[in-house]
Design a protein around this ligand. Structure first.
Ligand code: OOG
Ligand code: NI
Length: 465
C-alpha cells in the first residue's frame, strides 16, 4: 500500500500531550516540581527493581511511562461535547466508560466519560487520556439554569481555525505534518487557563454560592485543563516526598490499598491553587467599563499509580470490598485496617488469573517451540506462553468524587446538596447523545485485547483449538 501523506493519529496525540504538558508546567510551577519528583521516584524504583525494569522493557511498557498523562476538563453544553469528541477523534481518542457524578457520594452537577485510544500499540506509544465532564441542566437550580446556559451560549471554546482544521481532517481522513502542527497549536488555546472571567464578580458569586463546579464551568471563556497527572510506579513514596517537600498534598491516597499485585488505580493530589481572575464590570448602559480583581480556585496537580484492569467479576469483588469498608467505617486514612479488609482479594497473579479477576495479555516466550502441547493452558504450564496483566486505562468514580471534592471550595452548599442527585438511568443515553457517538464499554476494550493476544499465541504455536 501507498504511504499516506498524513501524520498518524498517535503522532498527533503524542505531540499534543507533550505540548500541553509544557504549557501546564509554565502555568502551574508546582506541576513542574511534581514531574521531577515523580521522575526521580520512578528511576530509583526501576534501579532497585531491575527485574521489573527488564520486564517492562521487554513488554513495551517502559517507554510510555515517561510521558504518560491524563488531564481533565469540564464542559458546559452538549454542543461543546460534540465538538470535543470530534477534536479528540483526530488524535485516535474515543469516549470510553460512563461516570455519573450526580449520584452520591459525589453529588456534583455533572456526568463524564474518558477519551482515550483503544489498541495496545497506540496505548504503548502514548496512552494520553482526558476525563471530560459535562454539566447536567437538571442538576442546576431553576433560578440559575437559564442564566447559566445563556452565558454559555455566548462562548465558542474552539478558535475558528481549529474548527476549520477539524473539518479538514474529517474530510481528508487525516492531517499533513504541517496541518497537524497548526491543529495542536490552535487546540491548545482551548485548554489554556485564561485569567479573565466572562461574567461580573456578582454573577460569579451567585454561581459559586450554588456550586463551585458550576462557577468553574460557566464563568470562563473556555474549559481550562484543571489538572494533568503523571504516572508513578510507587505512589506511597511520592506521597512521602510531596509531604517532605512542603507540597500541599491531599491526606489520603484514593483507590485500593497498597498490594503486591497492583490493581485498578491509586491516586493522590496536591490542593488547588488560588489564582487571580479579572472580572468585567458593566456601566449603566450595559457596556463593559473596567475590570476588578478577584480569585478562583480550581487547578491542581495529581499523581497516579496504575495496576491491572479487572474483569466484571474482579470489579464486582473490589466494589463489594469497598462497600464493606464503608459500612464498617474503615477508610484509607487507616491504611492497615483498610488493607486488612481487602485480604480476600487474591494477591498473586497466578490466583488472580485462575479466578478470572483481571484481564491479561498472553505472549509466546522468546525462542520457545511447541513440543506436543495442544492448548494454551499446557503451553503456559510448560513455560512457553507467558502472561501479564493489562493496565487499567480508565477511572474510578469514587476516586474521581474524592478528587473533585478535595479541590473545589467546599463552602458552597450545592456541592454537597442532596437535590443534585437525579434518579433514573437515562444519564448515559443523554451523554451519548451529546457525544454523538457510541460510548465504548470499558470491559469490551480489555476483553478484545486479551482475546487478540490469545489468537496471536494460537497462530504462533499453530494450535488448532
Ligand atoms: C475530574 C476528576 C476526575 C480523576 O483522576 O479521577 C479525575 C475533574 O476534577 O474535573 O481526573
Ligand atoms: Ni485526574
Amino acid at each position: 500500500p501507498q504511504a499516506t501523506p498524513f501524520a498518524s493519529t498517535t503522532d498527533v496525540r503524542h505531540a499534543f500531550s507533550v505540548a500541553m504538558s509544557d504549557v501546564y508546567r509554565t502555568e502551574v510551577p508546582l506541576y513542574s516540581d511534581l514531574l521531577s519528583l515523580v521522575g526521580d521516584v520512578n528511576n530509583s524504583f526501576l534501579e532497585s527493581n531491575p527485574s521489573v525494569r527488564r520486564h517492562m522493557e521487554e513488554t513495551d511498557q517502559l517507554e510510555r511511562l515517561h510521558y504518560e498523562r491524563h488531564g481533565a476538563i469540564r464542559l458546559g453544553t452538549a454542543e461543546e461535547m460534540k465538538m470535543m469528541a470530534r477534536f479528540f477523534a483526530i488524535m485516535g481518542m474515543q469516549p470510553v466508560g460512563y461516570y455519573d457524578l450526580s449520584q452520591p457520594p459525589a453529588r456534583l452537577p455533572v456526568h463524564a466519560t474518558c477519551f482515550r485510544c483503544l489498541d495496545l500499540e497506540s496505548l504503548s506509544m502514548n496512552p494520553f487520556r482526558v476525563f471530560v465532564s459535562l454539566l447536567r441542566p437538571e442538576c442546576i437550580s431553576s433560578n440559575l439554569r437559564s442564566k447559566a446556559f445563556k452565558i454559555l451560549s455566548r462562548r465558542q471554546i474552539f478558535s475558528s481555525r481549529c474548527l476549520e482544521l477539524i473539518e479538514l481532517a474529517e474530510r481528508q481522513a487525516g492531517l499533513s505534518a504541517a496541518e497537524a502542527d497548526e491543529f495542536i497549536k490552535e487546540g491548545l488555546e482551548t485548554f489554556k487557563w485564561r485569567g479573565t472571567s466572562t461574567v461580573s464578580l456578582s454573577e460569579y458569586s451567585d454561581l459559586q454560592t450554588e456550586s463551585a463546579l458550576l462557577a468553574d464551568i460557566v464563568a470562563f471563556p473556555g474549559p481550562h485543563i484543571n489538572h494533568l497527572t503523571p504516572r508513578t510506579l510507587d505512589i506511597d513514596q511520592v506521597q512521602i516526598s510531596m509531604e517532605k517537600n512542603g507540597i500541599p498534598v491531599k491526606e489520603v491516597i484514593e483507590g485500593p490499598p497498597a498490594r503486591d499485585c497492583p490493581i485498578l488505580l491509586r491516586q493522590t493530589s496536591f490542593k488547588a491553587l488560588k489564582e487571580g481572575v479579572y472580572f468585567p464590570t458593566y456601566g449603566d448602559d450595559g457596556s463593559r467599563s473596567e475590570t476588578v480583581l478577584g480569585s478562583h480556585t480550581a487547578r491542581f496537580g495529581e499523581i497516579e499509580q496504575r495496576g491491572a484492569a479487572l474483569t466484571e467479576k474482579g470489579r464486582a469483588l473490589y466494589d463489594h470490598l469497598v462497600n464493606e469498608a464503608w459500612k464498617k467505617g474503615v477508610t484509607p486514612q487507616d491504611p492497615e485496617a483498610y488493607k486488612d479488609l481487602f485480604k480476600s482479594f487474591p494477591d498473586t497473579w497466578k490466583d488472580i488469573r485462575s479466578q478470572s479477576l483481571a484481564w491479561f495479555r498472553y505472549y509466546p516466550v522468546k525462542d520457545a517451540t511447541k513440543d506436543g502441547e495442544d492448548s494454551i493452558e499446557e503451553l503456559i504450564r510448560n513455560g512457553k506462553v507467558a502472561y501479564e496483566p493489562l493496565t487499567y486505562e480508565d477511572f474510578l468514580p469514587l476516586s474521581a468524587a474524592g478528587i473533585f471534592r478535595s479541590n473545589l471550595r467546599t463552602t458552597s452548599a450545592g456541592d454537597e446538596n442532596e437535590s443534585v442527585t437525579v434518579t433514573g438511568d437515562d444519564g448515559r443515553d443523554e451523554l451519548q447523545k451529546a457525544v454523538k457517538r457510541v460510548i465504548v464499554d470499558e470491559f469490551v476494550t480489555y476483553r478484545m485485547l486479551q482475546q487478540e493476544s490469545l489468537e496471536n499465541c494460537k497462530v504462533h504455536f499453530a494450535l488448532t483449538t
